[in-house]
Write a protein that binds this ligand. Structure first.
Ligand code: HEC
Length: 118
């Protein structure tokens, strides 16, 4: 009787550990990256370090893989809402999402520094 009981415990334990490792394997994309995709930033910008490839024909669109080394979140938020210029020009499009999404997106972009990217 005792043996059966420990056997059941073992099954539960193994099931738990397996289930746990299984969910942690399916890593979630960062929220900022989802917002980036949902707002079609990727139609113009590649972020090669994050496996995002744009097929735009525009020539002057920077890859944002290392944008965090050049810009901070504060600047990005102002720039993509057309409140701040870069090289004397406003960004081509204005971000249309919520303020919360704008912050999450800008903070994610700020983390894109080659030393921290994979
Ligand atoms: C229609 C094309 C287009 C779309 C869509 C677009 N961008 Fe841009 N973006 C540009 C261009 C062109 C530049 C370069 C501007 C310059 O250097 O004068 C730029 C520059 C930037 C920069 C500054 C990059 C640097 O090297 O400093 C950031 C940050 C940026 N975009 C973020 C975004 C985000 C976030 C989105 C989505 C909300 C987005 N862009 C959507 C065309 C686009």
């Amino acid at each position: 009787m005792k043996k059966i009981f420990s056997f059941i415990l073992l099954i539960i334990f193994v099931g738990f550990v397996f289930g746990f490792t299984n969910t942690s394997l399916q890593e979630e994309e960062p929220a900022g990256k989802k917002i980036f995709i949902a707002n079609k930033c990727v139609t113009c910008h590649s972020v090669k370090a994050e496996d995002l490839i744009s097929n735009t024909k525009l020539k002057n669109v920077p890859d944002l893989s290392d944008v965090g080394t050049r810009r901070n979140a504060d600047f990005i938020m102002k720039f993509i809402t057309k409140k701040e210029k870069l090289n004397n020009k406003l960004h081509m499009i204005a971000f249309k999402g919520s303020d919360e999404d704008l912050q999450t997106l800008a903070k994610w972009l700020e983390t894109l520094k080659p030393s921290e990217v994979k």
